[in-house]
Write a protein that binds this ligand. Structure first.
Ligand code: FES
Ligand code: FES
Length: 175
């Protein structure tokens, strides 16, 4: 083993990955090349586009700006962890339904950005959603459909997490 390699353990989508990395390796590169999770994409590689967003302890993070060794002990989530088997996450479904992608290269970053933002605050207004989305770049779609999908996905996420309305308690009839 090269002396410059460090053994680390990363928890990604609830699975532990033990990898040997150089301290200079970014989280994005390790997720893609050593953990094999290539859904996380790289665009600008300097923190501008948001294509590489993953969740680190629930917060959207530019994985191209974080060293993998800094992510030890954290819960990392990538786009591969969004769906439940064949069932797409509400945001993934909304992106499909509203044609919010063309090449799809930016999509994992948008999905992880929105997932983090909406899990933190399920009540984002349209203006707040636009503000969140402004941190990511898409070179294809012109954004309007991304905004529509974000709204639809947010509303669906909220529905899915809302408690069921209380049912009336049935009481035995009075004697
Ligand atoms: S690739 Fe990380 S922000 Fe662009
Ligand atoms: S869909 Fe192509 S870059 Fe966004």
């Amino acid at each position: 083993m090269s002396e410059s390699l460090v053994d680390i353990s990363l928890t990604i989508n609830e699975t532990e990955y033990r990898v040997s990395v150089e301290p200079r390796y970014t989280l994005a590169d390790v997720i893609r090349h050593q953990c094999g999770l290539t859904g996380t994409h790289l665009g600008c590689e300097h923190g501008v586009c948001g294509t590489c967003n993953v969740l680190v302890d629930g917060e959207p993070v530019r994985a191209c700006l974080m060293f993998a060794i800094q992510a030890q002990g954290a819960k990392i989530r990538t786009v591969e962890g969004l769906s439940q088997g064949d069932t797409l996450h509400a945001l993934q479904q909304a992106f499909m339904d509203h044609h919010a992608l063309q090449c799809g290269f930016c999509t994992p970053g948008f999905l992880m950005l929105l997932t983090g933002a909406l899990e933190t605050n399920p009540d984002l207004t349209d203006a707040e959603l636009r503000d969140v989305l402004s941190s990511n770049l898409c070179r294809c779609t012109g954004y309007q459909n991304i905004i529509l999908a974000a709204r639809a996905g947010a509303d669906r996420m909220k529905q899915l997490t809302s408690p069921m309305p209380e049912t009336a308690t049935l009481r035995p009839a009075d004697a």
